[in-house]
Design a protein around this ligand. Structure first.
Ligand SMILES: Cc1cc2nc3c(=O)[nH]c(=O)nc-3n(C[C@H](O)[C@H](O)[C@H](O)COP(=O)(O)OP(=O)(O)OC[C@H]3O[C@@H](n4cnc5c(N)ncnc54)[C@H](O)[C@@H]3O)c2cc1C
Length: 385
């Protein structure tokens, strides 16, 4: 992998930082189901999590592709950016749709690391893919909204100070769209935790710090409503392309890690008196995974280019996420197979990364929904749901 990519200085910086957080660090976090706090603190201290915040609000003011380079390199180095990636895309909702006052009061604190905005409360037990069916309500009462309901899979809620929350402020209008009447709030969880807000961890097949959260008459100042009441769904939707591109970057990082590990192991491991990498049965799946990864990477570069020119590249963002998630899974399979029995031993990190990269076929958006997008919006076939 000798071709050159954008933001090489950022990639080098993350690769260097990651040397202090090797496989054993991630294995320990995984075994203890622990949040990789030291890693996230270091990224924050070195300014990486403020990459996409404009300089006027204390951030680095870098383009989306720089955020992608950070996330990709974390994954290529064997780590997992799931502990902090949401700060890059949830913050976009505040950036694009928040008032000047909101941005001035929150963004500098997020940029400095004084506050974490890592939680994104959209999914509920009965509404995942169909976001518009969500049941959490926000009722206006004086200068506050009162929130009631439940969210599921709210990752990093326990490690975050702030949460971007989507709730219903008015019922679906007669004959109107199901997506109308939803609103976005910036919730300062420090004020309400263990009073009207309860967070319970959800154990998963990989270490992900995900939770379910319960709102019981939780007050949120009306000043924390982002944008206009009732238009929240389109605000969340407007951040989806950036989210897809950043997740694609993580998948590409994973694919590179798997391919590199398998290549190295295959060249060293001798069976029948010669390296297993000499067998085409070992080479070809890795060469295919590399081919898929490179195609995904090219699509992602195209998506970044359009996005940074001010377009909203729905097709390219969705395709890059689809291709990258497939490439990382293909590479994970080929890597595990190359390692044989040793792939199942925790010390090689292959089984950990294998579990981690599987998520991207389902969350933050499932493969089926991306295919539906392509079918409906690109191929102009009838909507299926
Ligand atoms: C570890 C983890 C972390 C997460 N973190 C967050 C988070 O921080 N914040 C948050 O809000 N959410 C989060 N999620 C939720 C995630 O976004 C949802 O799991 C995802 O959107 C799918 O929703 P669901 O699980 O309810 O599946 P469902 O909606 O029940 O769907 C189940 C399956 O049916 C398929 N399906 C449904 N409808 C159709 C259709 N019309 N056509 C074809 N296939 C269809 C889906 O693609 C999926 O494969 C997380 C999930 C996980 C597992």
């Amino acid at each position: 992998m000798t071709y050159s990519l954008d933001h090489q200085d950022i990639r080098d910086g993350i690769a260097k930082l990651s040397q202090d957080f090797g496989g054993e660090y991630w294995q320990d976090c995984d075994k203890q189901d622990a949040y990789p706090a030291a890693f996230v603190d270091r990224l924050t201290a070195e300014g990486y999590l403020a990459a996409l915040i404009p300089e006027a609000y204390g951030g680095l003011g870098l383009p989306l592709s720089a955020g992608g380079a950070i996330l990709e390199e974390i994954h290529r180095s064997g780590g997992n950016a799931a502990a902090c990636h949401a700060q890059m895309y949830t913050m976009g909702t505040l950036l694009r749709h928040g008032s000047e006052e909101q941005k001035r009061s929150w963004l500098p604190q997020i940029a400095s690391g004084a506050l974490r905005l890592q939680a994104f409360g959209v999914t509920e037990p009965t509404s995942g893919t169909d976001t518009s069916a969500l049941k959490t309500t926000a009722r206006k009462q004086g200068d506050h909204y009162i929130i009631n309901g439940q969210k599921l899979w709210t990752s990093r809620a326990a490690q975050s100070d702030l949460m971007i929350l989507l709730a219903r402020t008015s019922p679906v209008p007669e004959g109107g769209k199901k997506t109308d009447g939803l609103s976005v709030f910036l919730v300062d969880m420090r004020d309400v935790l263990d009073k009207s807000l309860t967070i319970r961890p959800v154990s998963t097949m990989m270490n992900h710090s995900t939770t379910q959260v319960f709102f019981d008459d939780m007050p949120v100042p009306a000043a924390n409503l982002i944008g206009e009441e009732g238009k929240g769904f389109r605000y969340i939707l407007s951040g989806m392309n950036a989210e897809r591109m950043l997740i694609a970057a993580e998948c590409i990082g994973d694919a590179k890690w798997f391919i590199q590990q398998a290549r190295n192991y295959g060249c060293e491991r001798e069976v029948f008196g010669r390296p297993i990498a000499q067998n085409q049965g070992i080479q070809f799946p890795l060469a295919r995974a590399y081919s898929s990864m490179r195609s995904a990477e090219l699509m992602l570069q195209k998506a970044y280019q359009l996005y940074e020119q001010g377009h909203n590249p729905g097709e390219e963002a969705n395709l890059s996420k689809l291709q990258a998630a497939d490439a990382s899974w293909q590479a994970a399979e080929a890597c595990l197979q190359t390692f044989g029995g040793f792939g199942f031993a925790t010390e090689y990190n292959v089984e950990r990364k294998y579990r981690e990269t599987r998520l991207y076929q389902v969350a933050p958006v499932s493969t089926n929904l991306i295919l539906s997008y392509i079918a409906e919006h690109v191929l102009k076939m009838p909507r299926s749901y």
